[in-house]
Design a protein around this ligand. Structure first.
Ligand SMILES: CC(C)(COP(=O)(O)OP(=O)(O)OC[C@H]1O[C@@H](n2cnc3c(N)ncnc32)[C@H](O)[C@@H]1OP(=O)(O)O)[C@@H](O)C(=O)NCCC(=O)NCCS
Length: 229
């Protein structure tokens, strides 16, 4: 299976803040990998392993404004699937108005302030991640999630690399993230792709305040890691 990270040539939008509407949060989706406005069947059918063997590429692409429903559905799916992994609750995210998902998708589609990336297994979305710039040159990584049936196929690694490549485009020196202490699977994942725990410093201290571990990888290290693959 090839993993392709598409370059980003989109024009710039301003970041719009998220605001919650008053409507009730919807219940968690029963099958969170097939909601949204697109085709509901996995491309080519079969499991990801079947398609991997058939040479189907996983494509990681920066979000486009039209992808806002996928952003909403994937983010809600991640919060329903892994509530212990994230700072935001499903019920809270479920109150977000559709106009705000659209504004977020627009604001994240280009520029160097914020970027969401979606991993596509054919026409089925299989994971997402968010990058944010902390000026001048730290790239923060949030909201990392891969659909359970798509894990251990390199999609997480490709999503991290997409954020790192985006950071490199504005001269980021390192990628920083926070992972909730006890999320051993995620910690092993990040360690296996070259992230190291930050023992000291303001990011480590702010992480500890929320029961999280700060981890970082230099952008150059990420490139070296990918080159060695
Ligand atoms: C963590 C997560 C994003 C990893 O995604 P993924 O697509 O399965 O990761 P990859 O396939 O790219 O894994 C690359 C390597 O990381 C390591 N790894 C990944 N998941 C691991 C796990 N659960 N336990 C131990 N090592 C793991 C392995 O070395 C793996 O290589 P291998 O499969 O060849 O052995 C995914 O498990 C997930 O979405 N978890 C729930 C949400 C979450 O915890 N997010 C993190 C919030 S900080």
């Amino acid at each position: 299976m090839q993993t392709v990270i598409e370059p980003d040539f989109a024009p710039c939008f301003d970041l719009s803040p998220l605001t919650a509407s008053k409507r009730a949060a919807p219940p968690p989706p029963a099958d969170y990998t097939t909601r949204g406005q697109g085709t509901e069947s996995p491309a080519g059918g079969g499991t990801l392993r079947d398609r991997k063997e058939a040479g189907v590429a996983i494509v990681v692409r920066r979000i486009r404004p039209d992808d806002w429903r996928w952003l909403r559905d994937l983010r809600l799916a991640s919060l329903a699937d892994s509530p212990q992994a994230f700072g935001q609750r499903y019920e809270e995210a479920g109150l977000t108005d559709d106009r705000d998902w659209l504004a977020t998708a627009r604001a994240s589609a280009s520029g160097d302030r914020r970027a969401w990336f979606i991993a596509w297994d054919g026409d089925r979305p299989a994971g997402l991640v968010q990058g944010r710039r902390r000026p001048p040159n730290d790239c923060l990584l949030f909201s990392m999630w891969v659909a359970p049936d798509a894990r251990r196929h390199g999609i997480g690694r490709a999503l991290v690399q997409a954020v790192s490549d985006w950071g490199r485009s504005w001269a980021a020196s390192r990628v920083i993230l926070w992972v909730i202490s006890g999320n051993d699977g995620a910690i092993s994942f990040y360690e296996s792709i070259g992230f190291r725990a930050q023992p000291a410093g303001p990011d480590a201290a702010s992480g500890r305040l929320y029961g999280a571990l700060a981890m970082e990888r230099s952008v150059a290290q990420g490139e070296a890691y990918e080159a060695a693959k």
